[in-house]
Ligand binder design. Structure first.
Ligand SMILES: NC(=O)c1ccc[n+]([C@@H]2O[C@H](COP(=O)([O-])OP(=O)(O)OC[C@H]3O[C@@H](n4cnc5c(N)ncnc54)[C@H](OP(=O)(O)O)[C@@H]3O)[C@@H](O)[C@H]2O)c1
Length: 324
């Protein structure tokens, strides 16, 4: 495994971050049992992966609990644990969700309980909250850092102007800044290259792309997308399909290069990300032990400049997906 520094936090993380959204069964039809999830987390650690991304919303807390229970068997100094806040945890509760001080303090204490940890290494806002001034959110996050509940704070999908406003607000008020951006980015969705990624590079933010394999679209021939349980039942995947624009041709070029290099499509799609200077660590979603093994192996796959240009050439601009 290769390691890098997470933005300006000084924390050292593996170049592959293990996405934990598939752990648990309370929300997604395609989720994994506790035993299946634990096996994946343990294998990830064997392979040198020390960076884990979960969220309070992932299977309504089950993902955090499974991750925490599994990591309890390891020294706390080993894993770098990221979680998130914002989404509504209880649809019947009118004050559930959002980024008010009240919501952040309540949800952070619940996340720490489920993780069984004293501190979250990276606490991220899952989306922009249009109902709460960013000053209120940043004050509450800064206090969480000073209380010792959180080491660093990060943001996730939003407009570049919003991230810029948040960074300037932190600087103006002398508060902790967002150290990372977790955004939607893959060979099949590159809209973030216009504004967000250059902004992150300029401001020294670590970049943690989500859905780097386009939710499985870049891991198998496009005709086989529905061949897996997730491929058939992931409603987001079908609501925001990746075969739009030049998706089909990109998928076919990934297939071709995978055959040329004698590796899997997932490895080509991840290696492409790992060759991008602005990417710290893609957050890879997995539903089997083999998937995590291939993700770790992708770190060693060298693509030539010609390979990269060939993969990128067909891309056509797409509507913004993942936040609005
Ligand atoms: N911040 C946000 O708003 C946000 C949004 C989404 C996700 N995330 C984070 O990003 C992580 C990853 O997202 P994601 O799961 O949507 O996307 P992804 O990593 O693009 O796709 C994961 C899917 O790709 C397939 N796959 C992975 N490795 C494979 C391999 N070696 N061979 C064949 N197929 C392989 C599997 O599909 P099958 O299961 O169909 O086989 C797997 O479920 C999540 O766990 C979460 O931590 C964050």
């Amino acid at each position: 495994m290769e390691y890098t520094t997470l933005g300006r936090t000084g924390m050292t993380v593996s170049r592959v971050c293990l996405g934990c959204m598939s752990f648990g069964t309370s929300r997604y039809d395609w989720g994994l049992s506790e035993a299946e999830s634990q096996e994946i987390i343990e294998r990830a650690i064997d392979l040198g992966i020390n960076f884990f991304d979960t969220a309070n919303i992932y299977n309504y807390g089950e993902s955090e609990r499974i991750l925490g229970d599994t990591l309890a068997g390891y020294d706390r100094s080993w894993p770098v644990v990221a979680t998130k806040v914002y989404m509504e945890m209880d649809e019947s509760n009118p004050s559930s969700g959002g980024l008010s001080r009240r919501a952040i303090e309540y949800e952070l204490s619940r996340s720490l309980d489920r993780l069984g940890m004293d501190t979250v290494d990276l606490y991220q806002i899952h989306r922009w909250d249009y109902d709460t001034p960013i000053e209120e959110t940043l004050d509450a996050l800064d206090d969480a850092v000073h209380r010792g509940d959180v080491h660093a704070i990060g943001a996730s999908s939003m407009w570049a102007y919003q991230l810029s406003k948040a960074l300037h607000t932190s600087d103006r008020r002398g508060l902790k800044r967002f150290a990372t951006m977790q955004n939607h980015y893959s060979l099949a969705y590159r809209e973030e290259e216009r504004e967000m990624l250059p902004l992150c590079a300029e401001e020294g933010l670590g970049v943690l792309p989500w859905s780097p394999l386009a939710k499985g679209f870049l891991t198998r021939p496009h005709d086989d997308l529905r061949a897996t349980r997730r491929g058939r039942s992931d409603t987001i995947l079908h609501r925001r399909p990746y075969d739009e624009g030049a998706g089909i041709e990109i998928n076919e070029r990934v297939q071709e290069l995978a055959a040329d290099h004698g590796v899997s499509m997932a490895q080509v799609a991840l290696a492409w990300q790992l060759h991008k200077d602005w990417v710290t660590a893609p957050i890879v979603g997995v539903t089997s032990v083999e998937h995590v093994e291939e993700a770790a192996a992708a770190v060693d796959l060298n693509l030539s400049r010609a390979d990269i240009e060939y993969l990128e050439a067909p891309y056509e601009p797409l509507p913004v997906k993942g936040h609005h």
